[in-house]
Design a protein around this ligand. Structure first.
Ligand SMILES: Cc1cc2nc3c(=O)[nH]c(=O)nc-3n(C[C@H](O)[C@H](O)[C@H](O)COP(=O)(O)OP(=O)(O)OC[C@H]3O[C@@H](n4cnc5c(N)ncnc54)[C@H](O)[C@@H]3O)c2cc1C
Ligand code: FES
Length: 506
């Protein structure tokens, strides 16, 4: 097994307090609005609803902002790689303008929270760039600039950047932002708790029963609320079929020290599918960390995920001349097939259950605008963004990409049952290896740790029964169907599943 560089933890989490900040739910509680999920979407909705006078309970399975929002690159921008030229074609100019305005408004919403609440979160204004290294995708860059300018965005075409390598051209958006996402979210979460509102950590929601009021069910108590928001990144409720309207994409980030003189200014992302995402962030000792992300793939489809880190390290070494890496981490987001998030009611017949998902790796702005839109919906305020993001909209099940994805899910459901048939003994599993076994007819996911001890769990995902796949770098069992993830001991790490994998004795 190769030695990966840097500590295996997100810089945002490593540089903030690990002590539990909020209690777990221990008693049944009644509030106006229950919010499931303490990431950027849930916390933004929570603070806005509390400010509007609602009593709120925010329930987080783990700790606040340790999900995707604690592992992001934290660029706050309306430049989403290449999206505007395509959106004008697919939804028309009027709706593309809503996308542009809502994401720009979200940046200003973040900036305003930082200013109003004096949030110490390394917030800074900077430019965002999508760059083409070669002329191959230069036409896409030109089309994006043209579309963005037409929509009133602060866009221009440039050929010079502060990247330490030549590019063919880039879209540049002025006056965008970057921040320390976890510092920002922890501060807002603290403002939610108190005066009849609550934040509960280490409280996994197992089910939500819609009613009057609705019941949010956990192992340690029930929260009753008139309105409930599901902001769990991948929705934990299957109504609305969001698991089939999105797919989960996992991506990798490394952080290395860089001299200020050599550091790029601004935030960058490449074109092509094999893109890299680049920014810097201030380190606590006054130095600078370079963050570079890339290597994305559909969750559960790559076992040798270490190779993704190694490729990323090699890219950073060759392009930026850095040697030492301090941190590495990975995370995933729900990607929607029509590029638009789903924000609104869980299902057309549902009156008080709301959802936000499908941020497609741009949830710092889209999670913020989701919180704004959901808060308006609950407060009965008309919001013009709803017609674009409405979660109950007719969805493109017939796009080639979504058909392919859902067919692949079907193949996994059937075909993956044959995986591991040839291995029938724990002796087949090497040290630091994860393997699927069939023992007495049971599909078992077994991992042998460094000390030689076997960790054995059911290989059948507790969401809809697909067979999980080993992820070597994160030592987790990842589901190729809808992106659910479990630790090597079967604990849920990422939804949609809410139940752990059954454990077996080795
Ligand atoms: C590698 C990578 C880099 C990215 N970089 C950027 C970027 O630079 N800019 C940008 O705009 N976006 C970026 N994104 C996307 C952005 O980070 C996400 O869209 C956003 O953080 C998602 O926020 P969320 O609130 O939906 O999810 P989360 O932050 O994951 O919050 C959901 C929370 O729900 C909790 N939860 C789950 N199930 C339950 C349950 N049953 N009960 C209670 N709680 C539960 C989870 O523990 C989690 O804390 C990136 C994404 C990736 C993958
Ligand atoms: S996440 Fe849906 S079956 Fe595993």
């Amino acid at each position: 097994m190769s030695q990966l560089a840097g500590k295996a933890i997100s810089y945002w989490i490593a540089s903030t307090s690990h002590a539990p900040n909020f209690p777990s739910l221990t008693n049944d509680t009644l509030v106006d609005v229950a919010i499931v999920g303490g990431g950027i979407a849930g916390i933004t909705a929570g603070i806005l609803l509390k400010r509007a006078g609602k009593n709120v309970a925010l329930l987080e399975a783990d700790q606040i902002a340790t999900g995707v929002s604690g592992h992001t690159t934290a660029k706050v921008t309306s430049l989403h790689q290449l999206v505007y030229a395509q959106l004008i074609k697919s939804v028309g100019e009027e709706r593309a303008r809503i996308y542009a305005n809502s994401n720009q408004t979200a940046i200003e919403r973040v900036a305003k929270f930082v200013e109003e609440e004096k949030i110490d979160c390394d917030f800074s204004r900077t430019s965002a760039y999508t760059f083409a290294e070669t002329t191959e995708t230069l036409n896409d860059i030109h089309s994006e600039v043209e579309a963005a300018v037409k929509l009133g965005l602060p866009a221009s075409f440039v050929t010079e950047t502060s990247l330490p390598f030549a590019i063919a051209g880039a879209v540049k958006f002025d006056n965008q932002a970057q921040f320390h996402a976890r510092k920002y979210l922890l501060h807002l979460a603290k403002l939610i708790a108190g005066n009849g509102s609550y934040v509960f950590e280490n409280t996994r929601v197992l089910n939500v029963e819609e009613g009057n009021p609705s019941r949010v069910v956990t192992a340690t108590g029930i929260v009753r609320a008139r309105d409930v928001i599901i902001a769990t990144n991948a929705p934990i409720l299957d109504q609305g079929l969001f698991f089939a309207k999105n797919y989960a994409k996992r991506s990798y980030i490394v952080a290395a020290r860089i001299d200020r003189a050599k550091a790029p200014q601004g935030m960058y992302i490449g074109t092509s599918n094999d893109y890299y995402s680049i920014r810097t962030t201030p380190a606590p000792d006054g130095g600078l960390l370079l963050l570079v992300g890339g290597g994305g793939h559909k969750v559960g489809t790559v076992t040798d995920t270490q190779e993704r880190y190694l490729k990323l390290e090699a890219y950073v070494r060759s392009r930026f001349g850095v040697e030492e890496f301090e941190y590495r981490w990975s995370t995933q987001d729900m990607v929607s097939f029509d590029q638009l998030p789903y924000i609104g009611k869980v299902a057309p017949f549902s009156n008080h259950l709301y959802v936000a998902t499908g941020f497609s790796l741009w949830g710092m702005s889209k999670g913020t605008l989701a919180g704004m839109l959901l808060s308006d919906l609950i407060l009965g305020i008309d919001n013009p963004w709803l017609k674009l993001y409405d979660s109950t909209r007719a969805t493109p099940f017939v796009t080639v990409e979504s058909l392919k994805n859902n067919l692949e899910v079907g193949f996994h459901w059937v075909g993956d049952r044959l995986k591991g048939l040839e291995n029938s003994s724990f002796a087949d599993v090497e040290r630091e290896e994860g393997k699927l076994l069939t023992i007495n007819g049971h599909k078992i996911a077994a991992y042998r740790d460094e000390q030689g001890q076997i960790h054995a769990v059911s290989a059948t995902c507790t969401h809809l029964g697909c067979i999980v796949n080993w992820n070597s770098a994160e030592k987790s069992w990842d589901c190729p169907c809808h992106g659910g993830r479990f630790s090597c001991d079967g604990k849920v790490l990422h939804g949609p599943p809410v139940k752990n994998l059954k454990r077996y004795k080795a």
